[in-house]
Design a protein. Structure first.
Length: 288
Protein backbone atom coordinates (compact mmCIF):
# COMPACT_ATOMS: atom_id res chain seq x y z
CA UNK A 1 0.00 0.00 0.00
CA UNK A 2 1.84 3.16 -1.18
CA UNK A 3 0.49 5.73 1.29
CA UNK A 4 -2.42 6.94 3.44
CA UNK A 5 -4.53 7.93 0.44
CA UNK A 6 -4.92 4.25 -0.55
CA UNK A 7 -6.06 2.88 2.82
CA UNK A 8 -9.80 3.49 2.91
CA UNK A 9 -10.81 -0.16 2.39
CA UNK A 10 -8.17 -1.44 4.81
CA UNK A 11 -9.31 1.03 7.47
CA UNK A 12 -12.94 -0.07 7.14
CA UNK A 13 -12.01 -3.77 7.42
CA UNK A 14 -9.75 -3.11 10.43
CA UNK A 15 -12.48 -1.11 12.19
CA UNK A 16 -15.06 -3.87 11.64
CA UNK A 17 -12.62 -6.47 13.00
CA UNK A 18 -11.91 -4.28 16.04
CA UNK A 19 -15.60 -3.95 16.90
CA UNK A 20 -16.13 -7.69 16.32
CA UNK A 21 -13.51 -8.99 18.76
CA UNK A 22 -14.26 -6.23 21.29
CA UNK A 23 -17.94 -7.20 21.38
CA UNK A 24 -16.99 -10.87 21.71
CA UNK A 25 -14.56 -10.23 24.57
CA UNK A 26 -17.08 -8.03 26.37
CA UNK A 27 -19.87 -10.57 25.92
CA UNK A 28 -17.75 -13.52 27.10
CA UNK A 29 -16.61 -11.61 30.19
CA UNK A 30 -20.16 -10.61 31.04
CA UNK A 31 -21.43 -14.17 30.45
CA UNK A 32 -18.76 -15.67 32.73
CA UNK A 33 -19.61 -13.25 35.54
CA UNK A 34 -23.29 -14.20 35.21
CA UNK A 35 -22.44 -17.93 35.03
CA UNK A 36 -20.19 -17.85 38.10
CA UNK A 37 -22.63 -15.69 40.02
CA UNK A 38 -19.83 -13.68 41.61
CA UNK A 39 -17.48 -10.80 40.87
CA UNK A 40 -13.89 -11.91 41.34
CA UNK A 41 -11.11 -9.55 42.35
CA UNK A 42 -11.55 -6.39 44.37
CA UNK A 43 -11.09 -2.64 44.22
CA UNK A 44 -7.39 -2.85 45.20
CA UNK A 45 -6.51 -4.85 42.08
CA UNK A 46 -4.10 -7.75 41.74
CA UNK A 47 -2.49 -8.66 45.06
CA UNK A 48 1.33 -8.78 45.23
CA UNK A 49 3.91 -10.05 47.73
CA UNK A 50 5.58 -6.66 48.15
CA UNK A 51 4.70 -3.00 47.81
CA UNK A 52 7.41 -2.59 45.16
CA UNK A 53 5.77 -5.20 42.94
CA UNK A 54 2.46 -3.37 43.29
CA UNK A 55 4.10 -0.11 42.22
CA UNK A 56 5.68 -1.78 39.17
CA UNK A 57 2.40 -3.36 38.09
CA UNK A 58 0.52 -0.08 38.58
CA UNK A 59 3.08 1.80 36.51
CA UNK A 60 2.80 -0.83 33.76
CA UNK A 61 -0.96 -0.27 33.78
CA UNK A 62 -0.40 3.47 33.29
CA UNK A 63 1.80 2.65 30.30
CA UNK A 64 -0.90 0.40 28.84
CA UNK A 65 -3.44 3.21 29.19
CA UNK A 66 -1.01 5.65 27.53
CA UNK A 67 -0.71 3.23 24.60
CA UNK A 68 -4.35 4.01 23.74
CA UNK A 69 -3.19 7.53 22.77
CA UNK A 70 -0.82 6.32 20.02
CA UNK A 71 -3.36 7.36 17.39
CA UNK A 72 -1.91 10.87 17.62
CA UNK A 73 1.07 9.57 15.58
CA UNK A 74 -1.17 9.34 12.51
CA UNK A 75 -3.67 12.07 13.40
CA UNK A 76 -2.33 14.73 11.03
CA UNK A 77 -1.68 12.20 8.25
CA UNK A 78 -5.32 11.11 8.41
CA UNK A 79 -6.48 14.74 8.50
CA UNK A 80 -4.44 15.36 5.35
CA UNK A 81 -6.60 12.83 3.47
CA UNK A 82 -9.87 14.65 4.27
CA UNK A 83 -11.65 16.90 1.81
CA UNK A 84 -13.08 20.34 2.53
CA UNK A 85 -15.65 21.70 3.14
CA UNK A 86 -16.23 21.42 6.05
CA UNK A 87 -12.74 22.38 7.26
CA UNK A 88 -10.50 19.36 7.85
CA UNK A 89 -9.63 20.34 11.41
CA UNK A 90 -13.30 20.57 12.42
CA UNK A 91 -14.07 17.18 10.88
CA UNK A 92 -11.05 15.65 12.62
CA UNK A 93 -11.96 17.20 15.96
CA UNK A 94 -15.45 15.70 15.79
CA UNK A 95 -14.11 12.32 14.66
CA UNK A 96 -11.48 12.26 17.43
CA UNK A 97 -13.98 13.12 20.16
CA UNK A 98 -16.38 10.42 18.95
CA UNK A 99 -13.63 7.82 18.63
CA UNK A 100 -12.21 8.57 22.09
CA UNK A 101 -15.63 8.26 23.74
CA UNK A 102 -16.41 4.96 21.99
CA UNK A 103 -13.02 3.34 22.59
CA UNK A 104 -12.91 4.50 26.23
CA UNK A 105 -16.32 2.94 26.85
CA UNK A 106 -15.38 -0.40 25.30
CA UNK A 107 -11.91 -0.54 26.84
CA UNK A 108 -13.29 0.13 30.31
CA UNK A 109 -16.07 -2.43 29.88
CA UNK A 110 -13.71 -5.12 28.58
CA UNK A 111 -11.16 -4.45 31.32
CA UNK A 112 -13.73 -4.36 34.13
CA UNK A 113 -15.67 -7.44 33.00
CA UNK A 114 -12.44 -9.33 32.32
CA UNK A 115 -11.19 -8.62 35.83
CA UNK A 116 -14.61 -9.39 37.29
CA UNK A 117 -14.59 -12.73 35.45
CA UNK A 118 -11.05 -13.90 36.33
CA UNK A 119 -9.91 -11.75 39.25
CA UNK A 120 -6.17 -11.93 39.91
CA UNK A 121 -5.81 -14.63 37.24
CA UNK A 122 -6.99 -12.34 34.43
CA UNK A 123 -4.58 -12.61 31.47
CA UNK A 124 -3.12 -9.54 29.80
CA UNK A 125 -5.22 -10.27 26.72
CA UNK A 126 -8.54 -12.00 27.42
CA UNK A 127 -8.86 -13.62 24.00
CA UNK A 128 -5.27 -14.63 23.24
CA UNK A 129 -4.14 -15.19 26.82
CA UNK A 130 -6.18 -18.40 27.27
CA UNK A 131 -8.75 -16.74 29.46
CA UNK A 132 -11.65 -18.16 27.48
CA UNK A 133 -11.81 -21.64 25.93
CA UNK A 134 -15.51 -22.07 25.17
CA UNK A 135 -17.12 -21.77 22.72
CA UNK A 136 -14.05 -22.68 20.67
CA UNK A 137 -15.43 -21.42 17.37
CA UNK A 138 -16.26 -17.99 18.81
CA UNK A 139 -12.86 -17.56 20.47
CA UNK A 140 -11.13 -18.67 17.27
CA UNK A 141 -13.22 -16.23 15.25
CA UNK A 142 -12.32 -13.41 17.67
CA UNK A 143 -8.62 -14.26 17.35
CA UNK A 144 -8.92 -14.22 13.57
CA UNK A 145 -10.49 -10.75 13.86
CA UNK A 146 -7.55 -9.65 16.04
CA UNK A 147 -5.06 -10.84 13.41
CA UNK A 148 -6.86 -9.00 10.61
CA UNK A 149 -7.17 -5.86 12.73
CA UNK A 150 -3.47 -5.89 13.62
CA UNK A 151 -2.47 -6.43 9.99
CA UNK A 152 -4.42 -3.30 9.10
CA UNK A 153 -3.22 -1.39 12.15
CA UNK A 154 0.40 -2.31 11.42
CA UNK A 155 0.07 -0.87 7.90
CA UNK A 156 -1.60 2.31 9.11
CA UNK A 157 0.79 3.06 11.97
CA UNK A 158 3.86 2.28 9.85
CA UNK A 159 2.90 4.65 7.02
CA UNK A 160 4.31 7.87 8.59
CA UNK A 161 7.70 6.21 9.12
CA UNK A 162 7.64 4.74 5.60
CA UNK A 163 6.80 8.15 4.13
CA UNK A 164 9.57 10.00 5.99
CA UNK A 165 12.25 7.39 5.23
CA UNK A 166 11.33 6.97 1.56
CA UNK A 167 11.09 10.73 0.98
CA UNK A 168 14.52 11.24 2.57
CA UNK A 169 16.11 8.48 0.45
CA UNK A 170 14.44 9.82 -2.70
CA UNK A 171 15.84 13.31 -2.05
CA UNK A 172 19.30 11.85 -1.50
CA UNK A 173 19.20 9.82 -4.73
CA UNK A 174 16.93 11.67 -7.19
CA UNK A 175 18.37 9.92 -10.28
CA UNK A 176 18.27 6.35 -9.02
CA UNK A 177 15.84 4.03 -10.82
CA UNK A 178 15.88 1.67 -7.83
CA UNK A 179 14.64 4.48 -5.61
CA UNK A 180 12.23 6.34 -7.89
CA UNK A 181 11.04 4.13 -10.75
CA UNK A 182 7.51 2.71 -10.53
CA UNK A 183 7.08 -0.66 -12.24
CA UNK A 184 3.63 -1.74 -13.34
CA UNK A 185 2.85 -5.35 -12.38
CA UNK A 186 0.03 -7.42 -13.82
CA UNK A 187 -1.03 -10.64 -12.08
CA UNK A 188 -3.76 -13.04 -13.27
CA UNK A 189 -7.26 -12.16 -12.04
CA UNK A 190 -5.96 -9.07 -10.21
CA UNK A 191 -5.90 -5.40 -11.22
CA UNK A 192 -2.61 -3.77 -12.21
CA UNK A 193 -0.53 -2.29 -9.43
CA UNK A 194 2.66 -0.25 -9.23
CA UNK A 195 5.76 -1.69 -7.56
CA UNK A 196 8.70 0.36 -6.36
CA UNK A 197 11.85 -1.61 -5.48
CA UNK A 198 12.85 0.77 -2.67
CA UNK A 199 9.42 0.37 -1.03
CA UNK A 200 9.61 -3.40 -1.43
CA UNK A 201 13.08 -3.76 0.08
CA UNK A 202 12.87 -1.12 2.81
CA UNK A 203 9.45 -2.15 4.08
CA UNK A 204 10.35 -5.85 4.00
CA UNK A 205 13.48 -5.15 6.07
CA UNK A 206 11.44 -3.03 8.49
CA UNK A 207 8.80 -5.74 8.97
CA UNK A 208 11.47 -8.42 9.42
CA UNK A 209 13.28 -6.35 12.08
CA UNK A 210 10.13 -5.55 14.06
CA UNK A 211 9.11 -9.21 13.88
CA UNK A 212 12.51 -10.19 15.25
CA UNK A 213 12.11 -7.75 18.15
CA UNK A 214 8.62 -9.13 18.84
CA UNK A 215 10.05 -12.66 19.03
CA UNK A 216 12.77 -11.50 21.44
CA UNK A 217 10.24 -9.74 23.71
CA UNK A 218 6.92 -11.63 23.55
CA UNK A 219 5.43 -9.86 26.58
CA UNK A 220 2.14 -8.23 25.68
CA UNK A 221 1.42 -5.77 28.50
CA UNK A 222 5.02 -4.75 29.15
CA UNK A 223 5.74 -3.99 25.48
CA UNK A 224 2.53 -1.97 25.20
CA UNK A 225 3.54 -0.05 28.32
CA UNK A 226 6.98 0.84 26.91
CA UNK A 227 5.56 1.95 23.56
CA UNK A 228 2.77 3.90 25.23
CA UNK A 229 5.16 5.71 27.57
CA UNK A 230 7.58 6.63 24.75
CA UNK A 231 4.84 8.12 22.58
CA UNK A 232 2.45 9.63 25.11
CA UNK A 233 4.15 12.68 26.61
CA UNK A 234 5.92 14.18 23.60
CA UNK A 235 3.15 13.57 21.05
CA UNK A 236 -0.05 13.72 23.11
CA UNK A 237 0.95 16.33 25.72
CA UNK A 238 4.06 18.42 25.06
CA UNK A 239 3.66 19.42 21.40
CA UNK A 240 -0.13 20.03 21.54
CA UNK A 241 0.22 22.19 24.66
CA UNK A 242 3.11 24.20 23.19
CA UNK A 243 1.20 24.72 19.94
CA UNK A 244 -1.88 25.85 21.87
CA UNK A 245 0.19 28.36 23.86
CA UNK A 246 1.83 29.73 20.71
CA UNK A 247 -1.35 29.96 18.64
CA UNK A 248 -3.27 31.78 21.35
CA UNK A 249 -0.35 34.01 22.42
CA UNK A 250 -0.72 33.02 26.07
CA UNK A 251 1.85 34.88 28.17
CA UNK A 252 4.02 33.20 30.78
CA UNK A 253 2.80 33.05 34.39
CA UNK A 254 -0.80 33.76 33.53
CA UNK A 255 -3.42 31.45 35.04
CA UNK A 256 -3.89 29.41 31.85
CA UNK A 257 -0.13 29.13 31.30
CA UNK A 258 0.46 27.94 34.87
CA UNK A 259 -2.29 25.31 34.70
CA UNK A 260 -1.01 23.95 31.38
CA UNK A 261 2.59 23.82 32.61
CA UNK A 262 1.48 21.94 35.74
CA UNK A 263 -0.48 19.57 33.50
CA UNK A 264 2.64 18.96 31.38
CA UNK A 265 4.80 18.23 34.43
CA UNK A 266 2.21 15.87 35.95
CA UNK A 267 1.89 13.92 32.69
CA UNK A 268 5.67 13.80 32.34
CA UNK A 269 6.00 12.23 35.81
CA UNK A 270 3.31 9.68 34.94
CA UNK A 271 5.10 8.89 31.68
CA UNK A 272 8.46 8.38 33.42
CA UNK A 273 6.80 6.11 35.99
CA UNK A 274 5.10 4.11 33.24
CA UNK A 275 8.32 3.76 31.24
CA UNK A 276 10.42 2.65 34.21
CA UNK A 277 7.76 0.19 35.40
CA UNK A 278 7.24 -1.29 31.94
CA UNK A 279 10.99 -1.66 31.35
CA UNK A 280 11.33 -3.34 34.75
CA UNK A 281 8.56 -5.79 33.80
CA UNK A 282 10.14 -6.42 30.39
CA UNK A 283 13.58 -7.12 31.85
CA UNK A 284 12.22 -9.22 34.72
CA UNK A 285 10.18 -11.39 32.33
CA UNK A 286 13.15 -11.73 29.96
CA UNK A 287 15.53 -12.82 32.72
CA UNK A 288 13.11 -15.09 34.58
Amino acid sequence: IPDFHNMELLSIVAAIMSFAYTFIGLALGFAKVVEDGEIKGDITGVSTATTAQKVWLSSQAIGDIAFAFTYNIILLDIQDTLKAPPPENKTMKKASATAILITTFFFLCCGCFGYAAFGNQAPGNLLTGFGFYEPYWLVDFANACIVLHLVGGYQIYSQPLFAVAERWISNKHPNSEFVNKERRIKLPLLPDFKLNLLRLCFRTAYVASTTGLAILFPYFNQVLGVLGALNFWPLAIYFPVEMYLAQNNIRAWTGTWTVLQAFKIFCLLCTILALVGSLEGLISNKLS
